[in-house]
Design a protein around this ligand. Sequence first.
Ligand code: G6P
Length: 352
Amino acid sequence: ADTEKGVYAHYMLKEINEQPAVVRRILTNYYDTETSRIPKSLISAIQQSDRIYILAAGTSMHAGLIGKNLFEKITNIPTEVHIASEFAYQRPLLSKSPFFILVSQSGETADLRACLVELKTSNYQILTITNVPSSTLAREATFALEIHAGPEIAVASTKAYIAQIAILALLANSITESSIDMKKELSIVANAIENFLANESILTHVRNKLTKPNCFYIGRGLDYYTGLEASLKLKEISYIQTEGFAAGELKHGTIALIEEGTPVIALISDPKINHNTRSNLNEVSARGANTLHIVTSNCEEPEDEIILDTVHPLLTPMIMVVPTQLISYYAALERSHDIDKPRNLAKSVTVE
Ligand code: G6P
């Protein structure tokens, strides 16, 4: 059943391995059945807006960052991402016709509820994207979409993040006459995740590289956003102090922290900026960093350790994040931490 671990030692590992199936389930639900298609009223509400505001917390906020890129590239509607707990009390200047997308796995996060209550008093149109259709946020919004990830038990979110991005992608793609065949592109992503999971050797890399109490992820563009999620995941369950950094920004201060053996994990999935990130890698290597390269095949160089299948450029985070989820998992396993229930964390946070 969905709520049992089955052959897996931990829910987190089970949920990581479910990801190809989750993406395929989304495709079935949104393309092959009438009931869960994206409603026309939602599409026209977004079409009429002049700016999209994505509000979320934690991992869902990181999915929102990928959503921003999808919306801006596909629909041309400017899109901002805000941390819910900040937006609730420090609202930015809004556009004339804003549309709000609240992204929340649980649909119960109090920081988002605070935003929702405020926005409803101004009669704004709100979409919530959740994994729980009966949740508070799903019930109280103007529109609700379900991510179909199935119950996520591990506190550290994995499959919900992938599912949130998939829903944001197909939503963005339904707003305009898009040239992207999103059903096809997402099924390529599902295959790419499956290919990687079938042959991964992440544990060896974790043993060789993550030998210090700190770690850096670096990347540019979408890989920077993936690095933010990757570093949150590693912090959450391994308790290794990790920072996700825009690769080009590291040299403007934080490079001072690089010592002999400091782990620096580079994420490279964009051929246009492949060279730039590699020059940042050279800078940290020259200062003793112990580097690990996670790349897509269209960026591959001989020295790279983890090579993933190339997918549609707007969807690369969905494949790039997967090895980083396993890095977190194995780092926590090596340290004998309680992987599914990390200290101090709750699956859904219902206090502000
Ligand atoms: C908690 C969880 C995080 C999650 C965040 C947002 O802090 O520990 O894993 O990303 O809440 O949760 P939501 O249910 O709103 O996506």
